[in-house]
Design a protein around this ligand. Structure first.
Ligand code: SF4
Length: 138
C-alpha cells in the first residue's frame, strides 16, 4: 500500500523549530508499505526553522501575527497533488499540527490548549477521499 506520511514523523528536520518527531512505529511500516513523505508547510514555501503557527478560524497565523494562510493552503494542495499522483489512499499525519493534525489542534492562542478541529492538509485530504490517521492511531 502507498501511504503519505508527514515527513517529520520519518525523521526529517522540517518542524518549525528545525527538529523532527521521528516515530519508529511509523518507520516500521516501510517494511510492508511504500511511505511517501510530505511536509505541507515546506511545500507551501515556508522556511525551516520558522515561527510556530496555529489555526485561528479560517486563517492560519504565526505567533508573531503574520498571516500564513496562503502558504498553508498552497502546501495542502501540493501535498494532495503528490498523494493523487502516487495513488495513495491513506495518510498518516502528525497529530495536533495546524497542517497535519486530525480531530484535535491547538486553539490559536499559543498557550498549548487544544480544541476539536483539523489541520489544513488533513482537512483537504479527507475531503478528497484520503483516509487520514494520526501516528497515535496506528
Ligand atoms: S507541516 Fe506536517 S510534516 Fe511538516 S513539520 Fe508540520 S506536522 Fe510535520
Amino acid at each position: 500500500m502507498k501511504i503519505v506520511v508527514s515527513k517529520c514523523l520519518l525523521g526529517e528536520n522540517c518542524r518549525y523549530a528545525g527538529d523532527n518527531c521521528k516515530s519508529e512505529k511509523v518507520l516500521s511500516l516501510a517494511a510492508e508499505h511504500e511511505l511517501i513523505g510530505v511536509c505541507p508547510e515546506q511545500l507551501g514555501g515556508l522556511s525551516t526553522p520558522r515561527d510556530p503557527s496555529e489555526r485561528v478560524g479560517d486563517k492560519v497565523l504565526s505567533s508573531k501575527g503574520k498571516d500564513v494562510t496562503a502558504e498553508y493552503y498552497r502546501g495542502a494542495e501540493l501535498a494532495l497533488a503528490i498523494a493523487k499522483d502516487k495513488g495513495a489512499s491513506v495518510a498518516i499525519l502528525k497529530a495536533k499540527s495546524p497542517s497535519c493534525g486530525k480531530g484535535l489542534i491547538y486553539d490559536g492562542t499559543f498557550s498549548g490548549n487544544k480544541i476539536p478541529g483539523n489541520g489544513v492538509t488533513a482537512e483537504l485530504f479527507a475531503a478528497n477521499g484520503i483516509e487520514v490517521l494520526t501516528e497515535d492511531e496506528i
